[in-house]
Ligand binder design. Structure first.
Ligand code: FEO
Length: 411
């Protein structure tokens, strides 16, 4: 099996700062759920100050050995004086116990009270014996620098905080500001790299943090009001690119995804079609959409293809509207659409209009069931157009009318 690479690069001379980035191209399903053929990186940072060595986050347990090997090229682990744990999910904390063992348990571990309790549960009493609990806004003098800790709950767990190194204007943000993918660059200085990477950021936000997306907007507002987003010289996340060419850009992207800001004319169309009946209807829908100047983005489940639900989720926040086409299957919504819809309503629950298109054989059920689910969400149900077998001329007119109603809703 292929072994991930570890990239180590010096980020700054003063303070002396390095990234230790594990490029995980072996992973297939993040959190054992989200299909990410693009992979992911786990970023840790090491800062050397006068008589002080600070490690910001770590890596996943399975990559501990290679992480320690690279860490040892930068510093004797026994010299690490502080380990800041921004967030305890094991993609960042998995190597903690091994690093503390290599360190002789000399380092003070710093985090929130939630982090302390979670680390104790994950790795045992020993890792929290020398734990410093910090509160929101608390500052510590470490190596002659002011480290300010700011809690950002639900980005991505209740334990989560960021660190702002005041004199150097650096934000260490862990999950916040991160994305999927293994960018070829370390930072955002190449626009092509950034453009390729941002869709993976959206996909990451929705699948990982989407359930809490209102907290994205709240927490970034909080950081902005503290003035640190505007003054930051760099934002250094726990996944993906470092933002130092245009640091504000990543939080602006997070805000837009959190708020569901639409891209003009983008309509997301998701459907299954077992034998072509739904597909015939969607063909009519697409024709009408295009006549009205809309750009459909299409994901279909057929007997030949099954797109990743994680990719579909990443398309929801910037869509103006959604069209769901579903077969009735054993008196239920087709299983692929049922699961997709379940995840959309959980992870990407936005105020956007929805048109339902259905086809059935002996009895139509899917449309009503989708309506019921939509009614419990933030989405707005515009219309349901459902009928038996092949669409008749009157079905075609109802489908076109449904699309016109949807487009009018957007405007
Ligand atoms: Fe990257 Fe929530 O861990």
């Amino acid at each position: 099996m292929k072994v991930p690479e570890v990239r180590v690069e010096k980020i700054l001379d003063d303070p002396e700062l390095y990234i230790i980035r594990v490029d995980d191209d072996r992973i297939r399903y993040f959190e054992a759920t989200w299909d990410i053929p693009e992979g992911i990186t786990y970023n840790a940072y090491l800062m050397k100050l006068d008589g002080t060595v600070v490690l910001f986050d770590l890596t996943k347990k399975e990559y501990t050995e290679m992480f320690l090997r690279e860490l040892k090229k930068l510093v004797d682990p026994r010299e690490i004086t502080h380990i800041i744990v921004h967030h305890t999910e094991p993609d960042h904390s998995g190597a903690l116990k091994a690093v503390l063992e290599a360190n002789g348990y000399r380092a003070q571990v710093i985090g929130t009270i939630f982090a302390r309790n979670l680390l104790q549960g994950f790795y045992g009493e020993e890792v929290v014996k020398n734990f410093k609990v910090v509160k929101d806004g608390e500052e510590l003098d470490i190596g002659g620098r002011t480290f300010r800790f700011i809690t950002v709950p639900w980005l991505h767990w209740p334990d989560t905080m960021i660190t702002y190194v005041v004199e150097d204007r650096l934000i260490f943000s862990c999950d916040a500001g991160g994305g999927y993918g293994i960018p070829e660059a370390i930072d955002d200085s190449d626009e092509d790299v950034v453009k390729n990477y941002l869709p993976y950021v959206t996909k990451y936000i929705v699948t990982v943090i989407g359930h809490y997306h209102k907290y994205i907007v709240q927490n970034i507002k909080k950081l902005k009001e503290l003035g640190i987003v505007d003054e930051a010289r760099a934002i250094l996340p726990g996944h993906g690119l470092i933002w130092r060419h245009n640091p504000r850009r990543i939080f602006e992207h997070y805000e837009a995804v959190g708020a569901g800001v639409p891209t003009k004319d983008k309509v997301l169309v998701i459907y299954d079609s077992m034998y072509g009946f739904v597909e015939r209807r969607i063909g009519i829908v697409l024709d009408e959409l295009r006549k009205l100047g809309k750009n459909p983005v299409i994901y279909k489940f057929t007997d030949r293809e099954a797109p990743a639900v994680s990719d579909i989720l990443g398309e929801v926040p910037d869509s103006e509207a959604i069209i769901i086409g579903a077969s009735t299957y054993e008196a239920e919504i087709h299983p692929r659409i049922r699961y997709t819809l379940y995840e959309i309503l959980d992870k990407a629950n936005y105020e956007k209009p929805v048109l339902i298109v259905g086809a059935f054989g002996w009895g139509g059920v899917a449309g009503k069931k989708i309506e019921t689910l939509i009614a419990r969400s933030k989405f707005d149900h515009v219309a349901t157009v459902e009928s038996r077998g092949m669409p008749l001329p009157e079905d075609e007119e109802r489908l076109r009318e449904g699309v016109r109603k949807l487009v009018a809703w957007i405007s």
